[in-house]
Design a protein. Structure first.
Length: 329
């Protein structure tokens, strides 16, 4: 009975968290789609703003590609043909019309905005996470050449960053590499630079790729815990409630017979604290453990990060929460 209730509680918690995430992305999607549509369409007709020297060229090449022609490329060609095939896909799907071109411009801009928001949601808190996508949609995308090869390159680079920004594993590193490889299919300089930069970053962070066999099955921030069953997940805590304690909970699956220390590293600006716990392997749903923090510095407001690490500082999971000012303070 207890296991059934625990499972249902965990499922409801995940549904609530996923619903909140989808709501935020839907909000950004709606704003970007509406703004870019009214920017590029007049009375349902696409308002041509493409540069003939850049954006228009890639649609011309996409048209000729659909006709079976081979676009000339030589060794010194800086722009690889990725953008041509992206544009050709829209022309093939919607027909060779100006409306298809306009839809491609809007869709690529919206996807870019969603990718920017996905990254900003990880590194920023509160309403600040909406600022980067708003600046991108309102200023960056309209002011630069739409239809450019740079936009799909940026999308793929951001996807590669998202794959490893919070949790690094061998699979996520592979996804990152594939995404940045795709970026090089759109432009050599940008794609190669991003790929080399990410390769260096992953090499420097290689110690944070978790050891094989150790998997976090559940992790969350909460303020209540009863018989190793966590209470509701929280993303923010009022400063006045810090005295009640903040709990970083984790269920970690490990091989049978393994006993290992696990480190909960709490960080906020210059403050850092490490709380050590121990796990034992062999449990299918993971060994449950937690770290409770009750003592906080005077200036605690802002974003907190809790890294769940092995003793060798291999990152297993990263949790975040915000400490907000109490009402009336």
């Amino acid at each position: 009975m207890n296991k059934s209730v625990t499972s249902q509680t965990r499922t409801l918690r995940r549904v609530s968290e996923n619903g909140d995430i989808w709501y935020r992305h839907a909000l950004v999607f709606a704003f970007a789609a509406v703004f870019l549509y009214f920017l590029h369409f007049r009375g349902g007709v696409f308002f041509w703003r493409l540069s003939q020297q850049e954006g228009g060229t890639w649609f011309d090449e996409a048209f000729f590609t659909l006709q079976g022609e081979v676009i000339y490329r030589d060794f010194f060609e800086q722009n690889t043909p990725g953008i041509v095939y992206v544009n050709a896909f829209f022309l093939w799907l919607l027909g060779v019309t100006t409306t298809a071109v306009g839809v491609a411009v809007v869709v690529i801009g919206v996807v870019c905005a969603l990718a920017v928001f996905a990254v900003s949601a990880v590194v920023l808190s509160g309403y600040w996470r909406y600022v980067p996508p708003a600046i991108f949609v309102g200023m960056t995308y309209p002011s630069y050449t739409v239809g450019s090869y740079k936009w799909p390159t940026i999308i793929l680079c951001l996807v590669g960053i998202l794959a490893v920004i919070e949790t690094r594993s061998r699979l996520r590193c592979a996804v990152c590499g594939i995404a940045h490889g795709g970026a090089m299919l759109c432009t050599q300089d940008f794609g190669v630079g991003a790929t080399l930069g990410m390769a260096v970053a992953l090499w420097l962070l290689r110690g944070q790729v978790p050891a094989a066999g150790i998997v976090v099955t559940e992790a969350l921030i909460t303020q209540s815990l009863e018989t190793l069953t966590p209470g509701p997940s929280v993303s923010s805590v009022a400063a006045a409630k810090l005295g009640d304690g903040v709990i970083a909970f984790a269920a970690i699956r490990a091989p049978m017979g393994l006993s290992q220390a696990i480190v909960f590293e709490w960080r906020h600006e210059d403050h850092e604290e490490r709380i050590v716990a121990e796990i034992h392997g062999g449990r299918e749903n993971g060994f449950r453990t937690y770290a409770r923090k009750r003592i906080f510095p005077l200036n605690s407001q802002g974003r907190w990060t809790v890294d769940i690490l092995t003793p060798q500082r291999q990152l297993l999971q990263r949790l975040r929460f915000d400490v907000e000012a109490s009402p009336g303070s």
